[in-house]
Structure formats: structure tokens, C-alpha cells
Design a protein around this ligand. Structure first.
Ligand code: NAP
Length: 316
């Protein structure tokens, strides 16, 4: 019979690590289960300048901020295991989480499995992923040193990552489906001042292609319907396309478990992070919420862990 934890936290991004910290600090037995590296989406973020307490002209990288969060959760007693949960049973008093190699049990589960990049949705995308198409500037920017790069999207991620890419690429063009960015005004101001950054408005990507490596792309003007073929500079022989058009929740494994989700797979909670199942909480980007930021994820995790403690006390 495996140990029954007070709390199992699924996911070690800012929400999960904050939950681990708060649960550990409340002397609850807590296990954080993470399938990849800690940090979730911010582990691939170059600069974070809006987490409270950061010095504005010394922005910190995602991995560096996360390393401190991981250390802090560990210091307060949170255990951590690397594993991929494939099956969950959430409705009983004891929740059971299974992977290919183990079974974990807990009285509370805090779901903090976050979200992942939404695919661009054009023809050829899957074939050219890793061969010119990417969703992570921090991971792949150096492959495009002195090449041309296109960034799809108009939100905070697209504009910030496009600016990061200008440190590597010769020219970066943002392709946005409207004629106005969604990104925060402060981010836009910096972007419009960046001479290496260009904009292709009212445009979507229809198809990407090439001979093994990405070297051509067809884009469509959504107002006129006009199609334009973009071909890599002859000397370059390739270019990059980075997709930053929002995210989709990592919530597939909760389908059919009785956990309520919206039509896109995000989990609704009340202000105290309760889901529809007693003892099951959701925190961070996987929740239905209006602001997906490190600070709101961390706050969700803290609230969820505090409510988990309350739930344990009520069970006694
Ligand atoms: P987002 O804010 O949802 O923006 C997605 C962008 O992609 C929008 O401009 C959208 O166009 C466009 N888009 C969506 N679907 C598309 C499609 N099928 N084809 C073409 N374009 C499409 O996503 P995000 O930028 O990844 O940000 C996610 C969350 O993280 C947001 O809450 C954001 O504020 C936050 N974030 C914050 C920071 C920061 O504070 N520094 C940094 C990164 C992310 P429309 O504008 O036309 O809808």
C-alpha cells in the first residue's frame, strides 16, 4: 500500500511550486509530480520583468526564477518526483494517480498542469516542426543567427519573443491576423522602437514548406484574400517561423473523471480554487481565468494549498 499524502500537486510550474511551498510550510505531507523540467512555460521564457519585487532594469530569466521556487518548496519539505501521470481517480476520499511505473495516493490533489502552445494551424506545420517551425524562442533562437524569422501572433508572448529573436536573427517579422496588437502597451512601445522588428498586418499563414528544411511559406491577407508566397533568401536557404498564438490546457487526462471543464478544457474554480470535486483544486494557467501570469499562478497555488489544509482539517 503506497503512502497517502495530504496533498499531491500535479505540475511544477509557478502554481505547483507555490502550492508545494505553502503546503509544506503548513506541515502537510506533499508530493509534487512533474513529467518534465520544473517551470512549465516559464522555463522557456527569456526575461520576466513583471513578477513583483524584480528590479526593472535587471529582468530575470524564467529558469533562474524557477530554480529559486523549486529550492524554496524543497526547503519546506515538499517531495518531488519525475513521472508522467496517465490516469487519475479523483472522486473518492483518497485520490489515486497512476503512471506507467507507480501509483500515488492523496487526500487532496492540486491540479497545476498548465497549458501548452496552440499550433499555428497551417498546412505543413507538423512536418516542419523542428525543421524551421518552433514554439520556443529561448530554445531555438540560436539556430537562426543572421537568418530571417517570422513570428505568428499579436499577444504578449509573440511580441516579447519576437524582440528576443531580434538579438539573433537578421530580421524578424511579426505576422498578425489583425491590424492592432493585443500585447500590453508597454511591450508594444518597446517593439515599435526596435528597428529589426517588422509587421505584416491582417495576415495569416496558410502553408509552410521546403525541401526538408523550412524555406517557403504562403500567407494570406485576410482583408483582401490575396495569397503571397515568401521564399527564403537564396544565400540563406531557410528561415524560421515561431508560433505564439496562445495556449491550450494540459487537461486531457482529467476527461471522463467527473472533473468539470469548459469547452476548451480549462477547469472552472471558485475564488478559493475549488473545483466541482471535494479535495480537488486547480491552480495556474489550467484554470478558467482572465490573467495568466506568473504572479497569478503563484497566488492560485498558495490559495489552493491553504484550502487543501482546511479540507484536511475538516476530514479529521
Ligand atoms: P494571447 O494573449 O491569447 O494572444 C494570442 C495571440 O495570437 C492574439 O494576438 C491572437 O490574435 C493570436 N491568435 C490566436 N489564435 C490565432 C490563430 N488561429 N491564428 C492567428 N493568430 C491567432 O496569448 P499569449 O500571448 O501566449 O499570452 C497568454 C497569456 O500569457 C496572456 O494572458 C498574456 O498576458 C500572458 N503573458 C504575459 C506576459 C507578460 O506579462 N510579460 C508574457 C507572455 C504571456 P487576436 O489578437 O486577433 O485575438
Amino acid at each position: 500500500m503506497s503512502k497517502i499524502y495530504d496533498v499531491i500537486v500535479l505540475g511544477a510550474g509557478p502554481a505547483g511550486l507555490a502550492a508545494g511551498l505553502y503546503a509544506g510550510r503548513s506541515r502537510l505531507s506533499v508530493l509534487i509530480v512533474e513529467k518534465g523540467q520544473d517551470g512549465g512555460q516559464i522555463s522557456i521564457t527569456d526575461e520576466i520583468e513583471n513578477y513583483p519585487g524584480q528590479i526593472v532594469d535587471q529582468p530575470e530569466s524564467g529558469p533562474s526564477l524557477i530554480a529559486r521556487m523549486t529550492e524554496q518548496a524543497k526547503k519546506f519539505g515538499a517531495e518531488r518526483v519525475s513521472d508522467t501521470i496517465t490516469e487519475v481517480s479523483l472522486e473518492g476520499e483518497v485520490k489515486v494517480l497512476k503512471s506507467a511505473k507507480a501509483e500515488y495516493q492523496a487526500r487532496n490533489v492540486i491540479i497545476a498542469t498548465g497549458a501548452h502552445s496552440r499550433p499555428i494551424g497551417c498546412k505543413g506545420e507538423a512536418e516542419f516542426t523542428g525543421k524551421g517551425v518552433s514554439y520556443c524562442a529561448t530554445c531555438d533562437a540560436n539556430f537562426f543567427e543572421d537568418f530571417e524569422v517570422y513570428v505568428v501572433g499579436g499577444g504578449d508572448s509573440a511580441v516579447e519573443e519576437a524582440m528576443y529573436l531580434t538579438k539573433f536573427a537578421r530580421k524578424v517579422t511579426i505576422i498578425h491576423r489583425r491590424d492592432e496588437l493585443r500585447a500590453a502597451k508597454s511591450i508594444q512601445e518597446k517593439a515599435f522602437k526596435n528597428e529589426k522588428l517588422h509587421f505584416m498586418w491582417d495576415t495569416v499563414v496558410e502553408e509552410v514548406g521546403g525541401d526538408g528544411i523550412l524555406s517557403e511559406m504562403t500567407v494570406k491577407n485576410v482583408k483582401t484574400g490575396e495569397l503571397t508566397k515568401i521564399v527564403a533568401d537564396e544565400d540563406d536557404g531557410m528561415f524560421g517561423v515561431f508560433g505564439f498564438i496562445g495556449t491550450l490546457p494540459n487537461s486531457k487526462i482529467y476527461e471522463g473523471t467527473g472533473l468539470e471543464m469548459d469547452e476548451r478544457g480549462y477547469i472552472p474554480t471558485d475564488a478559493d480554487m475549488h473545483t466541482n470535486i471535494p479535495g480537488v483544486f486547480a491552480a495556474g494557467d489550467i484554470r478558467v481565468k482572465s490573467l495568466r501570469q506568473v504572479v497569478t499562478a503563484a497566488a492560485d497555488g498558495a490559495i489552493a494549498a491553504t484550502q487543501a489544509e482546511k479540507y484536511i482539517n475538516e476530514l479529521k
